[in-house]
Design a protein around this ligand. Structure first.
Ligand code: CA
Length: 231
């Protein structure tokens, strides 16, 4: 499996967590590069060109948010935050800075590995140019802009389609309210989260088997939404 040989950069000042991550990630077949501070992390990100970075926010020299912004300045590599900051505000800040996902400490290694797999798969998909998503009974062809459910065409309004396309561009990963509002409605609507609730409900009604218990259009409470597709 190609993704098992991926190189992961771990930017984390806690030596014990680094040691734990090194052995857990190596056991999955990943190559691991470790950086103990933010400055080193930025240097290693540029020199090792890892396939994904795991970034702690509380770093001794400067904040992990600056590391995220720094990497985003030149690279689309997936960034998964691993932080003790569990408040919604901290997650939103990191995601808006350019992180793709967020795992809070104390963390389960299974959850972290799952997030890493999703992020790497997403990267592979965008390289291969995969454009058809399967969401249970529904199929979304992003190139043809065609949505079907049990073989029947489903009509989406332009706004519904843009919202779906924006989530699909970050498939499997969290997209914040602000990102969605900016991309779909424009920068003057960053605070209009009620738009999202309305249109998300419409998408769920049209595409989820059980709109009240959505499997694909998943709410990340207080933070945003995540589109989960079937493999
Ligand atoms: Ca730390």
């Amino acid at each position: 499996m190609a993704e098992a040989r991926a190189t992961l950069l771990v930017i984390e000042d806690d030596a014990e967590i680094r040691r734990f991550l090194r052995s857990a990630l190596a056991a999955e077949g990943y190559k691991v590069v470790e950086s103990a501070n933010a400055h080193r992390g930025l240097v290693d990100a540029a020199s090792h060109k890892p396939d994904l970075a795991i970034v702690d926010l509380g770093l001794p020299d400067f904040d992990g948010l600056q590391v995220i912004r720094g990497i985003r300045g030149w690279s689309p590599m997936p960034i998964v935050v691993l932080s003790a900051r569990a408040r919604e505000h901290a997650k939103i800040e990191a995601l808006d800075a350019g992180a793709d996902d967020y795992v809070t400490k104390p963390f389960g290694v299974g959850e972290l590995l799952a997030r890493i797999r999703v992020a790497l798969r997403h990267r592979a998909r965008s390289r291969e140019g995969v454009v058809v998503l399967v969401l249970g009974e529904a199929t979304v062809d992003l190139e043809a802009r065609k949505v079907t459910r049990r073989g029947k065409d489903i009509h989406l309004t332009p706004i519904e389609y843009r919202l779906l396309a924006c989530l699909a561009a970050h498939l499997g990963m969290v997209v914040t309210h602000r990102q969605l509002l900016t991309e779909v409605w424009g920068p003057t609507h960053q605070a209009d989260t009620h738009y999202l609730r309305i249109y998300m409900k419409q998408l769920r009604d049209k595409l989820e088997s059980d709109p009240l218990r959505p499997r694909h259009f998943v709410t990340e409470t207080g933070v945003g939404y995540r589109l989960v597709c079937d493999d």
